[in-house]
Design a protein around this ligand. Structure first.
Ligand code: NAD
Ligand code: IPM
Ligand code: MN
Length: 362
């Protein structure tokens, strides 16, 4: 039997709740396809800070690198919000992304027919939306130098960051995005702020240049402020979006709400080589942590992406997607996607008693 090692990084807040559920789903889906998955749980984020004094222990990065794929819950929380930068849970997350070299973050926002009513947009606007946001993940303002705190010439305290992209960084994310668009609807919209920012001017120039390698993909460009508006005006105009680290962060949270909830949106982060990192796009949701209220579907769907993109076991990924569909068909919902006429379930129950797991036996 094929056998793979998976590093689990539950993290903080609702992270451990949703990862526990996704782990069970992964095991079952794997075993149904004759694939053995070996799990190793490691510390990361606030949990690692409390136990080991750093947000990303060396052993965690080493274990992640040595495994076939990584599933991450979420990190962060009030307790660590005022820590110095190198002692923030978020720094651990940025460091593992950089350490694994996973520069391409795929965030699919798909409106499932069962959840059209959960969207805050009108039915006719949300129905059928299927967007892939390709977010650059290891560059831009998140990593650019110089950064820090200082003093200006009036003696006032300042904080500053640098938005910077090299040609190589833009070219590689553009190629991933064109490949993704080619396999989808054949349309790529590059989102930038090229009317103001030099980093965006170079971005637009390079994406345009790379387009010549993909004559079958239709490329368009849009400024990010307009894109934010167009996403809620007429989201169906988008097929694949490619954008920088910070715009991708913001636009994917916005796109998630079209689908009904941020608790629905999975992601896959991949690099040129080495294991991929799979995580829901949401955070640790401290406001609902510990209450078994979190929607585990974003993490379960991230587990499906792990099987598909990370391990190449597409049949097992399909099982998970089908089980999610059936769970929703049967009317089961966590609070965030609950609507009149559907059945409210807690996080652990949605996956265990029901619904996602039992359906595998059909
Ligand atoms: P958040 O995504 O954690 O929560 C935003 C809102 O969405 C909250 O009301 C929350 O309850 C809700 N929500 C999120 N996930 C949900 C789910 N699965 N089911 C139901 N509801 C869900 O964002 P935030 O409140 O801005 O950040 C909280 C903490 O998480 C911060 O410390 C932040 O840095 C961190 N964060 C981590 C990640 C990550 O680990 N990848 C991503 C975003 C934010
Ligand atoms: C995300 C999060 C992270 C990001 C934070 C927690 C560093 O918002 O994964 O979307 O900005 O990338
Ligand atoms: Mn985010």
């Amino acid at each position: 039997a094929r056998s793979y090692s998976i590093t689990l990084l539950p993290g903080d807040g609702i992270g451990p709740e949703v990862v526990a559920v996704a782990k069970d789903v992964l095991s079952v889906a794997g075993s149904k396809e004759g694939v053995e998955l070996r799990f190793q749980e490691m510390l990361m984020g606030g949990a690692a800070l409390d136990a080991a004094g750093v947000p990303l222990p060396d052993e965690t990065l080493a274990a992640a690198r040595a495994s076939d794929a990584i599933l991450l819950g979420a990190i962060g929380g009030y307790k660590w919000d005022n820590n110095e930068k190198h002692l923030k849970p978020e720094t651990g997350l940025l460091n593992i992304r950089a350490g694994l070299g996973v520069f391409a973050n795929l965030r699919p926002a798909t409106v499932l027919p069962q959840l059209v009513d959960a969207s805050t947009l009108k039915k006719e606007v949300a129905e059928g939306v299927d967007i892939m946001v390709v977010r650059e993940l290891t560059g831009g303002i998140y990593f650019g130098k110089p950064r820090g705190f200082g003093t200006n010439d009036k003696g006032e305290e300042t904080g500053f960051n640098t938005e910077i992209y090299s040609v190589a960084e833009i070219d590689r994310i553009a190629r991933v995005a064109f490949e993704v668009a080619r396999k989808r609807g054949g349309k790529l919209c590059s989102v930038d702020k090229a009317n103001v920012l030099e980093a965006s001017m170079l971005w637009r120039k390079r994406v345009t240049a790379i387009a010549s390698e993909f004559p079958d993909v239709e490329l368009s460009h849009m400024y990010v402020d307009n894109a934010a508006m167009q996403l809620v005006r007429n989201p169906k105009q988008f097929d694949t979006i490619v954008t920088n680290n910070i715009f991708g962060d913001i636009l994917s949270d916005e796109a998630s709400m079209i689908t009904g909830s941020i608790g629905m949106l999975p992601s896959a982060s991949v690099g040129e080589s080495g294991p991929g990192l799979f995580e829901p796009i949401h955070g640790s949701a401290p406001d609902i942590a510990g209450q078994d209220k979190a929607n585990p579907l974003a993490t379960i769907l991230s587990a499906a992406m792990l099987l598909k993109y990370g391990l190449g076991v597409e049949s097992a990924a399909k099982r998970i997607e089908a089980a999610v569909t059936e769970t929703l068909d049967n009317g089961f919902r966590t609070g965030d996607i609950h609507s009149p006429g559907t059945l409210y379930l807690h996080c652990s129950l949605l996956a265990h008693q029901s619904r996602v797991l039992r359906l595998f036996d059909k």
